[in-house]
Unconditional design. Structure first.
Lengths: 199, 197
């Protein structure tokens, strides 16, 4: 596959031809057996989701990249403890959420960056102006939210997870999560309206 | 569609919108994984704190096992270093050697001597030709008490203790012999009639 000037292969997609039928659990088993490429394929599948969550939660793209890298390294070192009855994505997100919490406890969450800074790269070809505007507004609406509320809100309204899965990932009870999500949603919605009015 | 649903959809759309440079970030992550793997071998458990974590149930079981082994070891040590029951406690030692067993001609006499810090204590006397290697005492449970049981014929016997092969000492709990033997003062024990010392 052709590589660009940075030596990477931007065309690689999550579903490489040879991995079409492999489930995450299959790939974990192969990675545990020593097949390095199997874990790389898991990274290909899940990196974007992890980065999106960390970037929105931490509000800092570069920090988010570091946290996701640490998460993947920890996941790789802990593959032996992964149990197949868990979804790999939930298991990985549990590590990610904990890493984000650790990071947030070390440094008080700073003001969120702008959507442009969060993207940290050139505009995506074909990306609609409307979509970009909504992202910018979301980033600004998330400002001022407590990390635990932001965490619950992003997992529920961003990733669209069920409360039971969020409970497994965060360790918080469903009732507590519902309360956090409601408060966060009220906050984001109010900020959203203010931004609408400003516009 | 309800306003709330539309708003939720808009939020999700904004959140799920691909971030610029995602692919480069992913490749950087893969490259770092490759570097770490090459540096640590296959995961390097000694460098990975997760590898040392232990399940709570296993931790409790391990703790119980360690405590059980410790208790068993302690009981074994106490049993193996126990002061013989026929010996009086040190605080009660006021009369020097004690007698425990009797036959027609002799008594088995128990000697006890306290020698803090000693590594070897031996009993010498006229009953073993003052041989400093003939009758070693055994260290008792409390660490600085040493004991020996010796069959002695009835009558008066002079004795002393030799500490670490060179220092002679008399028994502070027994009377001293009136005359020196081999130039030293010695203690004396009288193995009397009727089983009394």
């Amino acid at each position: 596959m052709a590589k660009d000037s940075r030596g990477v292969t931007p065309g690689r997609t999550p579903d490489a031809r040879t991995e079409e039928r492999a489930t995450d659990a299959d790939l974990v088993a192969r990675a545990v057996a020593g097949e390095a490429g199997a874990f790389t394929e898991l990274v290909v599948r899940h990196h974007a989701g992890c980065l999106r969550y960390a970037a929105h939660l931490l509000g800092d793209r570069m920090e988010a990249e570091d946290v996701v890298q640490e998460t993947l390294l920890r996941a790789y070192g802990s593959l032996g403890r992964y149990e197949e009855r868990q979804q790999f994505r939930s298991w990985l997100f549990r590590i990610l959420v904990n890493r984000c919490r650790t990071w947030a406890s070390r440094k008080s969450v700073r003001r969120l960056q702008t959507a442009e800074a969060l993207d940290a790269g050139p505009p995506i070809a074909g990306d609609g102006a409307r979509s970009f505007e909504i992202r910018s507004r979301l980033v600004r609406a998330l400002e001022g939210l407590d990390p635990r509320h932001r965490e619950a809100f992003l997992l529920k309204h961003g990733d669209g997870l069920e409360y039971e899965e969020i409970e497994r990932i965060t360790g918080a009870s469903v009732s507590a999560l519902k309360m956090r999500v409601k408060r966060a949603r009220d906050h984001v919605r109010a900020r959203w309206k203010e931004l609408d009015d400003d516009a | 569609m309800h306003d709330d649903d539309r708003w939720d959809d808009a939020i999700r759309e904004a959140y799920q919108r691909p971030m610029a440079g995602e692919e480069y970030a992913r490749e950087r992550a893969i490259a770092r994984l490759g570097r770490e793997r090459a540096r640590d071998g296959h995961g390097g458990w000694w460098l990975n704190p997760d590898a040392l974590r232990i399940r709570p149930l296993l931790a409790v079981a391990s703790l119980i096992a360690v405590l059980a082994i410790g208790a068993w070891g302690g009981a074994w040590w106490m049993a193996s270093h126990r002061v013989p029951e026929h010996l009086p406690r040190h605080a009660e030692l006021t009369d020097g050697p004690t007698a425990a067993a009797v036959n027609d001609d002799s008594l088995t006499v128990t000697f006890m001597f306290r020698a803090p810090g000693a590594s070897r204590v031996c009993l010498v006397g006229d009953f073993n030709d003052w041989d400093p290697n003939a009758t070693p005492l055994r260290r008792a449970a409390l660490g600085d008490a040493w004991t020996a049981r010796v069959p002695l014929r009835r009558g008066l016997h002079a004795y002393a203790f030799v500490i670490d092969g060179s220092d002679w000492a008399t028994d502070p709990l027994a009377p001293l012999a009136p005359a020196a033997t081999f130039g030293r003062r010695n203690s004396v024990v009288v193995v009397g009639e009727g089983g009394a010392l």
